[in-house]
Design a protein around this ligand. Structure first.
Ligand code: TUI
Length: 320
């Protein structure tokens, strides 16, 4: 892979970011992905400031490569987590579920690269003006908290609207998807669900089994009625939640149903009563591999598409 403006910016070998997944991407996965040549990203979601410091110290003990931390801005702990990342000189911050504009100045002063997730063109433009170093354009094929537009449609519009590097996310599960994103003009990709099925991902095996066995139509979007859509794999909890939504349950009642649901699935392995967040690509994933193996496979798949396209697309004839 030749260096690009994104690999130069992040000082990584492959233009592949591992999505920062709350509860799921902990230090062992982050370090393994960074060591394999991508950018591992810690999901700071459920952590308090002290646990975040410990996780960052652990990552630094496992890799000397750059890594990132994802901060979910809708969490009340977000301002404290931002302070920790600045003190610990975290190389890259990605943000989700909100607008990081208010923190931008502090990050810039600390030399931290800021890469917000956007699901609309308007926010992409606003955050470029606010000083974002790059953007992650995330389509609704993703797992967890999502926007409304597909990656295929969102990505070219974001690319047309900004000049900073744009990373495609949502619906990318293998080397073919990476090639497709680059064909649309993306500078790189972010993959979440593919890295759930990583040997170094330290979640309960039951969670991985459900993702591994899921088929193309096995995810649903809950929370549309509250304005916080979340894609999960269909199970007993999702069914109850959506039934209550249809019956007109209040946001407070729905919050009560969802409370603690990631802990139940990720830590306790209760994949019936817990929330199993995953992207639509779960249907095409069929093996658990080490991070190094994932990168080898991605490169092979990418090169296979490249060869196929080289055979069917005639290079433009030179006019010289
Ligand atoms: O953040 C994510 N994905 C997530 S967060 C999460 S944890 C969670 N747990 C329970 C309920 C809800 C979430 C699981 N998955 N992705 C990044 C993302 N950000 N997707 C969409 C957005 C987003 C949405 C609105 C970014 C900005 C925004 O606009 C805010 C504004 O001020 O305009």
């Amino acid at each position: 892979m030749v260096p690009t403006r994104l690999t130069n910016l992040l000082e990584i070998k492959f233009p592949v970011l591992q999505g920062g997944m709350a509860w799921v991407s902990t230090s062992s996965l982050v370090a393994a992905v960074s060591n394999a040549g991508g950018l591992g990203i810690l999901g700071a979601g459920p952590l308090d400031a002290d646990s975040l410091v410990k996780e960052i110290i652990r990552i630094k003990s496992l890799t000397n490569k750059p890594f990132g931390v994802n901060i979910m801005l809708m969490m009340p702990s977000a301002p404290d987590l931002v302070k920790v990342c600045i003190n610990e000189r975290v190389p890259v911050i990605t943000t989700g579920a909100g607008n990081p504009g208010p923190y931008m100045k502090n990050f810039k002063e600390a030399g931290t690269k800021v890469i917000p997730v956007v699901s609309s063109v308007a926010l992409a433009k606003r955050l470029e003006r606010a000083g974002a170093d790059a953007l992650i354009a995330e389509g609704m094929e993703s797992g967890g908290h999502i926007g409304e537009i597909t990656t295929m449609v969102l990505l070219p519009q974001v690319l047309d609207a900004v000049n900073i590097p744009v990373i495609a996310a949502g619906g990318i599960g293998d080397g073919r998807g990476i090639m497709a994103a680059l064909a649309l003009g993306a500078d790189g990709v972010q993959m979440g669900t593919r890295f759930i099925l990583c040997r170094e991902c330290a979640i309960h095996e039951n969670y991985k089994k459900v993702v591994l066995e899921a088929k193309d139509r096995d995810t649903v979007v809950t929370g549309v009625s509250t304005g916080h859509p979340v894609r999960v794999i269909k199970n007993k909890l999702a069914k109850t939640y959506m039934e209550r939504e249809q019956q007109g349950a209040t946001p407070q009642e729905l919050d009560e149903i969802a409370k603690g649901s990631m802990r139940r699935s990720v830590v306790e392995g209760d994949t019936d009563n817990g929330s199993v967040m995953a992207g639509q690509v779960c249907g095409m994933l069929n093996s658990i591999d080490s991070a190094a193996e994932i990168f080898q496979k991605l490169e092979k798949e990418f090169n296979t598409v490249f060869s196929r396209l080289s055979g069917i697309v005639k290079p433009p004839t030179s006019t010289y």
